[in-house]
Design a protein around this ligand. Structure first.
Ligand SMILES: Nc1ncnc2c1ncn2[C@@H]1O[C@H](COP(=O)(O)OP(=O)(O)OP(=O)(O)O)[C@@H](O)[C@H]1O
Length: 409
């Protein structure tokens, strides 16, 4: 534990004077192993580029070997994602109490000076994004494996939503946040991490964190965060796993580019099996695959209330509950990139723009909830696979024009 020790159930930072702020903050936290920066530097061979295994919206991830010989994924949060020690540790305190076979385990963290580092158990087979969806890997995902992956993710999410008290909304369910162990068992990562991101604008009333393509419309537009937003993202992911493709692929012919639109169309034509990944060579249970796609559609329905709970999703995936065939159209945020280029002054920000504002008005102009200034507070917004934060405020006048397009198909 380096300069921290655990005395009478309290973590004390021995290197600082008693009564200092950090002592007070750290002392309120239990269950968390605090690593020293030195320990993690040794584990990663001085954060050597050779040990870097990934880069996310919040910082770089390194593979390291800890003193106890265990391998760990060490996530160094970037300066923009750092926040107060107290909030950081409180968040981690919550996460560290949660254990489930389908959630990545947090070993501990490091809070030293400016450094904010998270230490997770290392998972051998990378993420679903790198392996199955749009990535390149030699791993083969049979129908049976995909089925188990879908059920595993659903179980992990049902646990966060319904068993943990208070409930946890992940806010960023997507292929790159599903890691796979050596047996291809899925583990949800980054849960709760979105809450660690500080708002970088003082007038922010609501933060929206998520990834384009997976964001539920009501959350993206109005900042209405409920568990149904996660369920929407899960529905998108489910379709990706069955089809083996990314939710958005602009290299495909128009009409096939958006997975949700495509799935809905094939559902209406009763041809859902045409969406199943061709790399399976037809070796799949067609009834089951179509059922999974229907569950994906149920989860992405425009009206949040109509989306099933995750425990019911688990039952439907396992075949223990009948899938309701009265599915309504999915809600779609047609094109977030459009939102970026059609700013209030109709200027076209470059892909590198780090902060841009947009006047958004969807639906009735008199409904202030719909009139929000959207600030893409991260350069990560330039891609469709990276987490970003949208800052919403109600300061915008009701007279805004419809710059933000939200539609149902
Ligand atoms: N516990 C882990 N074990 C093995 N590899 C990991 C682990 N955690 C993260 N990685 C690797 O690091 C990459 C980056 O992870 P990170 O969570 O920082 O970003 P992301 O999920 O890809 O994107 P974002 O931060 O925008 O959500 C992952 O895609 C994965 O390859």
């Amino acid at each position: 534990m380096g300069c921290f020790s655990f005395l009478s159930g309290r973590i004390v930072n021995k290197s600082r004077k008693p009564g200092s702020d950090i002592d007070e903050e750290v002392s309120g936290i239990h269950n968390v192993k605090l690593f020293t920066y030195k320990e993690l530097r040794i584990a990663t061979e001085d954060f050597s580029p050779a040990n870097k295994i990934g880069e996310g919206g919040f910082g770089s991830v390194y593979k390291g070997q800890l003193k106890d010989r265990k391998f760990a994924a060490i996530k160094v949060l970037s300066a923009e994602s750092r926040q107060g020690v107290k909030e950081f540790l409180t968040e981690i305190d919550v996460i560290s109490k949660i254990k489930h076979e389908n959630l990545v385990e947090l070993y501990g963290c490091c809070v030293e000076g400016n450094q904010r580092i998270l230490v997770y158990n290392y998972l051998e087979n990378n993420s679903l994004a790198q392996n199955l969806i749009g990535g390149s890997s030699n791993l083969q995902f049979s129908w049976r494996t995909r089925r188990e992956i879908c059920i595993g993710i659903a179980c992990g999410l049902a646990f966060l939503h319904e068993e943990v008290r208070p409930h946890i909304i992940h806010r960023d369910i997507k292929a790159s946040n599903i890691l796979l162990n050596e047996d291809l068992m899925p583990k949800i990562s980054d849960f709760g991490l979105a809450k660690l991101i500080p708002p970088n604008m003082t007038h922010v009333s609501t933060r929206v964190a998520g990834t384009i393509g997976y964001l539920a419309p009501e959350y993206a537009i109005r900042g209405q965060l409920t568990r149904k937003a996660d369920i929407y993202s899960f529905g998108v992911l489910l379709m990706e796993i069955v089809s083996g493709r990314c939710n958005t692929n602009t290299r495909l012919p128009i009409g096939e580019q958006y997975l949700l639109e495509r799935t809905w169309k094939l559902y209406e034509q009763r041809e859902l099996d045409g969406l199943v990944d061709t790399s399976l060579g037809g070796d799949f249970d067609a009834e089951e695959a179509c059922r999974f796609l229907k569950i994906g559609l149920l989860c992405t329905q425009d009206t949040p209330k109509l989306r099933p709970s995750m425990s019911n999703v688990v039952k439907m995936l396992k075949g223990e509950k009948v899938v309701d065939d009265r599915i309504t159209k999915p809600g779609l945020i047609s094109d977030f990139m459009d939102l970026r280029v059609r700013g209030p002054h109709d200027t076209k920000p470059s892909a590198e723009t780090t902060t841009s504002s947009y006047n958004a008005s969807a639906g009735s102009g008199s409904d202030n909830q719909y009139n929000s200034t959207f600030s893409l507070a991260s350069s990560a917004a330039a891609t469709t696979t990276t987490t970003f934060i949208l800052n919403l405020s109600s300061e915008t006048s009701a007279a805004n024009t419809k710059n933000f397009s939200f539609r149902t198909i």
